[in-house]
Design a protein. Structure first.
Length: 277
């Protein structure tokens, strides 16, 4: 079991539990997908010790698993909290976040040196240009579709069709990362984060989720770590293409959210094209 104390848990829950039973803006499917990337079946009976809500499953998880695993998961959740605040235009609770980061550091998970790290505001204020599409590892026929969708995204942004912007950005990102995987199958398949079937074999690329493409692309250096964090945020918003998910979450995208998603896409494309050093 992890060494989290009751006080540690109170700090963490202040940021992660957005309302009774809920963790950030995760729905049941996206919550399960998040944990599956860490080889955890969070919806299984193992983590229903205290109940079936997402918050109760998280409490069971951090009581049953090692410091290293809990630290790794919590570190990514705190990244998601930061990304959500930026994407939604909400203010970070910086004192509680710093305390929570220190707790995760003590657990020994994958850590980020926050004093030297680029802040989210600095990242989002940068100017990224869409690279020459010819530099992207995609087939010529796909390149024309990518150009069309990028233009549609610009048009939708100007017309105030913010949900359309998010869906288009998500589809472009997935298409480009699929192309990157197809051009470097050995690198993507050998990555630790590559999704596996029950028999341990790596799944075929058409069966990969966008989350898997993002994680593997970052692991092998195709995406920068800062882009990875916000790309996952874009992926989560794209999941609202399902009307039920949008209804349950109460998500209503605005101009800020759409512009941030377009900014993240531009940064991701620049990374894939090798134009970020």
């Amino acid at each position: 079991m992890s060494s989290l104390t009751d006080i540690d848990k109170r700090y963490l829950e202040r940021l992660l539990v957005t309302q009774p039973g809920y963790i950030l803006d995760y729905t049941d499917p996206t919550y399960g997908e998040f944990f599956q990337r860490h080889k955890i079946d969070i919806h299984g009976p193992k983590y229903q010790t205290y109940g079936t809500s997402k918050a109760k499953k998280l409490r069971a998880f951090w009581e049953q698993e090692s410091d290293e695993l809990v630290g790794t998961v919590l570190n990514e959740m705190l990244d998601s909290y930061e990304a959500s605040c930026e994407l939604d235009g909400r203010e970070l609770d910086k004192p509680i976040l710093e305390k929570s980061r220190a707790i995760v550091a003590r657990l020994g998970g994958k850590l980020v040196n926050r004093s030297n790290a680029e802040t989210e505001s600095e990242f989002l204020s940068k100017e990224f240009s869409i690279p020459n599409i010819e530099k992207l590892p995609i087939e010529p026929a796909v390149a024309s579709v990518i150009r069309q969708r990028l233009e549609e995204a610009r048009t939708a942004l100007g017309a105030g069709a913010y949900l359309s912007v998010i869906f288009l950005c998500g589809s472009v990102l997935e298409g480009v990362l699929l192309g990157a995987a197809q051009s470097n199958p050995a690198g993507f398949n050998r990555a630790n984060a590559s999704p596996k079937s029950d028999d341990g074999t790596v799944r075929k690329f058409p069966d990969w989720t966008l989350a898997s493409f993002i994680d593997v692309a970052c692991e092998i250096g195709v995406l920068k770590p800062d882009v990875k964090k916000f790309s996952h945020g874009l992926r989560d918003y794209r999941n609202y293409i399902h009307p039920y998910e949008e209804m349950v979450s109460g998500f209503t995208p605005d101009e800020h959210t759409a512009k941030v998603c377009f900014q993240v896409l531009k940064a991701a494309l620049a990374s894939v094209a090798g134009e970020r050093r």
